[in-house]
Ligand binder design. Structure first.
Ligand SMILES: *[C@@H]1O[C@H](CO)[C@@H](O)[C@H](O)[C@H]1NC(C)=O
Ligand SMILES: *[C@@H]1O[C@H](CO)[C@@H](O)[C@H](O)[C@H]1NC(C)=O
Ligand SMILES: *[C@@H]1O[C@H](CO)[C@@H](O)[C@H](O)[C@H]1NC(C)=O
Ligand SMILES: *[C@@H]1O[C@H](CO)[C@@H](O)[C@H](O)[C@H]1NC(C)=O
Ligand SMILES: *[C@@H]1O[C@H](CO)[C@@H](O)[C@H](O)[C@H]1NC(C)=O
Ligand SMILES: *[C@@H]1O[C@H](CO)[C@@H](O)[C@H](O)[C@H]1NC(C)=O
Ligand SMILES: *[C@@H]1O[C@H](CO)[C@@H](O)[C@H](O)[C@H]1NC(C)=O
Length: 344
């Protein structure tokens, strides 16, 4: 080994001068031998531990990385969730190498998802594109659903929420009654394949949701706000005007309706159990906006203070917001839904 080493290094060592001093020669040989031994040990160990690691990351890279992009450090499990879309409609330019995460908000009408979306969209890097599947044509069959999602996730969908080039998370909200339940199998398969993270936004109090649904459909034709229908408002004055209307609830159907809502929510969470997801409740978020930190952490985005200008419409106790309160109270008393009567 020493011979070999010496031969290898012959070109760089003036052998004649060293031969004159045998002590120096011995020392030099010793040092070189030690260095070589360390080198051999290191390469051997590294090679052994690196081989499986290297192959697996290479496979991953081929699948998800644009080789000219070097994402800032992320955890290994996150890699498949990073996308580098190349939109057909514009060039991502300076942000072409910023990874984009995909998400979808699964919710129900009147559960605070409009408010939640305005909060998300106040983040400079989030685009939540609204209720895109309220248009029936887009959810007529599975292929039109998949095509619509492809377009959104490729950043080729334009709404006022689009952040274009420097988008870091793109999604939309989707009501459970807009084809989600019917086509759950194909949608889950798509979410798993494309690594779409799911945010469930549900309401704890389904009775308050009923009030909101009835009030909103009343507003659609009554339009007390100067003749414009508003599902969401931005001032306390407007909120007060809308809250003036006290809906009458059809108690024949109420128990059944609450039960169905509860079952639908539970079933949806079960269907999407094997996707990456979190479950949020409107009431919890409203009470504690710090929970938005959890959402941003879930989306793996740099933390920002999120803001919305929307104002809650129904803030009073339900007894003051339901026309036939005593009737509703009588029907729900002693049932599993009793707690809805008096909670937020
Ligand atoms: C990779 O990213 C660079 C920089 O944004 C971009 O110019 C290039 O087109 C991308 N290539 C592929 C194959 O994604
Ligand atoms: C799905 O719906 C779209 C849009 O309405 C339609 O153009 C298409 O033919 C339908 N595809 C199938 C397979 O039914
Ligand atoms: C967020 O957007 C800003 C401004 O457009 C951009 O400079 C930044 O790189 C983006 N951040 C991420 C994480 O994509
Ligand atoms: C609606 O009408 C009120 C007065 O009735 C007025 O003060 C307000 O500016 C109007 N709002 C809009 C949006 O037109
Ligand atoms: C309540 O709903 C039932 C079933 O749809 C209907 O028969 C009944 O007329 C409704 N009651 C009122 C007061 O609207
Ligand atoms: C979801 O899956 C986990 C583990 O696979 C299981 O423990 C849990 O009960 C499931 N939850 C629902 C709501 O199906
Ligand atoms: C608010 O939410 C944050 C984040 O989930 C949590 O750490 C904190 O304890 C909550 N505060 C209250 C008062 O519940």
């Amino acid at each position: 080994m020493i011979e070999e080493l010496f031969v290898l290094n012959k070109e760089y060592v003036d052998i004649k001068s060293i031969k004159r001093s045998p002590l120096t020669l011995k020392l030099l040989v010793l040092v070189l031998a030690a260095v070589y031994a360390i080198y051999i040990v290191c390469t051997f160990n590294v090679e052994q531990t690196m081989i499986p690691f290297r192959t697996s990351t290479k496979l991953l890279e081929l699948k998800v990385f644009n080789h000219s992009c070097h994402p800032s450090p992320v955890e290994q499990w996150e890699l498949p969730y990073l996308h580098y879309p190349q939109p057909n409609t514009f060039n991502r330019e300076e942000c072409g190498c910023n990874p984009v995460r995909y998400f979808c908000i699964l919710s129900m009408q009147r559960s605070g998802s409009g408010w939640f979306e305005t909060l998300l969209n106040s983040h400079i890097n989030i685009s939540s594109n609204g209720e895109i599947f309220d248009v029936i044509k887009r959810r007529e069959n599975v292929s039109s659903i998949l095509k619509t999602m492809d377009k959104v996730y490729n950043l080729d969908w334009f709404t006022s929420a689009s952040k274009n080039e420097c988008n870091a998370a793109v999604g939309y909200k989707w009501m459970l009654n807009q084809g989600v339940m019917e086509h759950h199998k194909e949608i889950v398969e798509y979410f798993q394949r494309k690594r779409v993270s799911v945010i469930f936004l549900l309401r704890r109090n389904f009775l308050r949701r009923v009030v909101s649904v009835l009030a909103n459909s009343y507003d659609k034709y009554a339009k007390p706000l100067n003749g414009t229908h508003k599902s969401h408002v931005h001032s306390t004055i407007e909120a007060k005007v809308l809250a003036k209307y006290k809906p009458r609830i059809n108690t024949t159907l109420l128990m059944e309706e609450l039960k169905q809502t509860e079952e639908t929510a539970a079933k949806a969470i079960e269907y999407f159990n094997n996707t990456r997801h979190i479950v949020l409740y409107y009431e919890d978020l409203f009470k504690n906006l710090t929970k938005l930190k959890d959402v941003q952490e879930f989306l793996r985005l740099p933390y920002r203070d999120l803001q919305s200008h929307q104002i809650k419409i129904h803030t009073k106790p339900l007894s003051m917001q339901i026309e036939n309160w005593y009737e509703v109270h009588k029907i729900l008393k002693g049932t599993p839904y009793q707690s809805f009567l008096f909670s937020e």
